[in-house]
Design a binder for this molecule. Structure first.
Ligand SMILES: Cc1cc2nc3c(=O)[nH]c(=O)nc-3n(C[C@H](O)[C@H](O)[C@H](O)COP(=O)(O)OP(=O)(O)OC[C@H]3O[C@@H](n4cnc5c(N)ncnc54)[C@H](O)[C@@H]3O)c2cc1C
Length: 465
């Protein structure tokens, strides 16, 4: 691969000043620092930050960057959990947050065209006004963007019924190194002409092109929803409850679980509705559908769960009653810090039938390494958030937490799983990609990267090769 530039020269800076006048260029370290970090808690100072207002500026930038072999790191809200937007290997950060127009929401085509900087929850609110529905719901939806979600193929709680971001991207317009524009896909819900470049862009983490427009698929908005929270005396009891739900022919919109450590953490920061001494696992389920069918579906759901003898079962019909139950789920991640000041947040996924084996194995790994391990997440699709909680100021704990993370990855892979279900590999999991992907797969991916980005200027050091 071509040697990349290792710093900005004065002539580079003059060009960037001309291309990004005024506050379009940021070079003061104290202003750039915030553009060099993300939610992985990793950070590095960019060489400069550019903030394009138009696609034309991005085309010019990529022409120049290819000629100068200048590394570029695309960035939006910086909520990524794996360091994908961190310029860890140097380069100019390209913030596309100012490309934030909702171009069109179309109830007859059931699709929308948006720029990458639109905040996901704001877009969902706009679609709902037209009784349309954009299902992907990462827990970060109020603070992350559609461009970031597409670039990471974000998942969410509704994935069990509706799938992930990838399932809602019909088209991607991206600027490639050298300045060419690729308009992959379009407004049709089906399209089998040529290879599926749209899907290749989804989850590519800023390594293939810089998105300037996304075409997203919409559904009719479900009329109504309901939620059930059920606590169980054992993890296996909770899993049996979940199996009963599927066996009853119910496909929940969301099926989340929290293990005993996660439940204990939450109980330390708020009143909880479950018996504190005996609860070993909690399930949270959501269903949606027509207003007339929902009370009957809710009855069937509670009957299915009751067969697994829950310790308690709470129901909420409609957003007003459901919200307090989901509020508890949102506390899991902050509650983990009750058990220690630092955490490694992994997001492995296993085949759905292996979930109990995986969670019991992760808990045993925590006990062996003498660190707290809290497991929770998307039971309905086998995507388990494993929080390894420790004190980074203690050398011994730091080493044990790393050993724990690696043992979690090994167990996951031995069960036929993946080391990342939704956060991507970025820099935090980059070193472990070869544990999962073979030489053959990695060399195919390297070949694809080479076609899109022959000099390797886009987000170097990230990804999978
Ligand atoms: C509290 C919290 C909860 C979360 N919950 C979830 C969850 O439930 N599910 C989930 O999947 N994730 C979750 N995340 C992770 C994160 O929110 C997602 O990865 C999100 O998609 C990142 O969006 P962003 O706008 O912050 O993008 P950034 O973090 O800024 O960037 C993400 C990636 O996109 C690339 N990129 C940025 N702009 C462009 C562009 N214009 N073109 C091409 N590539 C680009 C970047 O290089 C980077 O690799 C959570 C994070 C937090 C902090």
């Amino acid at each position: 691969m071509t040697a990349l530039a290792t710093a900005l020269t004065p002539s580079h800076l003059r060009l960037l000043e001309a291309l990004f006048p005024g506050d379009g260029l940021v070079t003061r370290p104290e202003e750039m620092a915030v553009f060099g970090a993300d939610s992985s808690r990793r950070s590095a100072l960019p060489w400069a930050v550019v903030r394009p207002r138009s696609e034309e500026q991005i085309v010019e930038l990529l022409r120049w960057a290819e000629a100068e072999k200048m590394p570029l790191v695309p960035r939006l809200r910086g909520t990524g959990m794996s360091g994908g937007a961190v310029p860890a290997f140097g380069g100019v950060v390209v913030s596309t947050l100012w490309l934030n127009r909702v171009i069109d929401i179309d109830a007859s085509d059931f699709c929308a065209e948006v720029e990458p900087g639109v905040v996901t929850a704001e877009f969902q609110a706009l679609t709902q006004k037209q009784k349309l529905f954009y299902p992907p719901d990462p827990a970060s939806l109020k603070i992350s963007t559609l461009g970031g979600n597409v670039s990471t193929c974000a998942g969410g709680m509704r994935a069990v019924k509706y799938g992930v971001t990838r399932d809602y991207v019909l088209g991607v317009r991206a600027v490639l190194p050298g300045g060419k524009i690729c308009d992959a896909g379009g407004r049709t819900h089906k399209n089998v002409v040529g290879l599926d470049l749209t899907r290749l862009f989804v989850g590519s983490c800023g390594t293939l092109g810089i998105f300037t427009k996304l075409t997203l698929k919409l559904l009719p908005l479900p009329e109504s929803s309901a939620t059930v929270l059920a606590a169980f005396g054992s993890l296996r009891g909770a899993l049996e409850g979940a199996h009963n739900v599927f066996r009853a022919g119910i496909l929940p919109t969301a099926l989340e679980f929290m293990d005993a450590v996660a439940c204990r953490g939450i109980a330390q920061i708020r009143d909880v509705p479950w018996p504190k001494d005996t609860t070993q696992a909690v399930l949270l389920l959501k269903i949606d559908g027509s207003a007339s069918a929902l009370p009957g579906d809710l009855d069937r759901l509670t009957r299915a769960l009751s067969q697994a003898n829950p310790l308690c079962l709470l129901k909420g019909l409609g957003p007003g009653e459901e919200e307090p139950l989901w509020e508890i789920r949102r506390l899991v991640s902050p509650a983990a810090f009750q058990l220690g000041p630092d955490k490694l947040g992994e997001d492995v996924a296993v085949p759905r039938g292996k979930t109990v084996e995986a969670v019991e194995g992760f808990q045993a790994i925590g006990a062996e390494n003498d660190v707290h391990v809290a497991c929770y997440g998307h039971l309905g699709d086998g995507n388990i958030h494993v929080n390894i909680i420790y004190d980074a100021g203690d050398d011994g704990q730091r080493a044990r937490a790393k050993a724990c993370k690696e043992a979690v990855f090994r167990l996951t892979l031995s069960l036929g799983g993946t080391i990342s279900g939704e956060h991507g590999t970025g820099i935090t999991k980059g070193p472990y990609v070869s544990w999962q992907l073979s030489e053959t797969e990695r060399s195919l991916m390297a070949g694809i990267k080479q076609v899109f980005d022959p000099s390797g200027i886009l987000n170097p050091g990230k990804g999978w090769v």
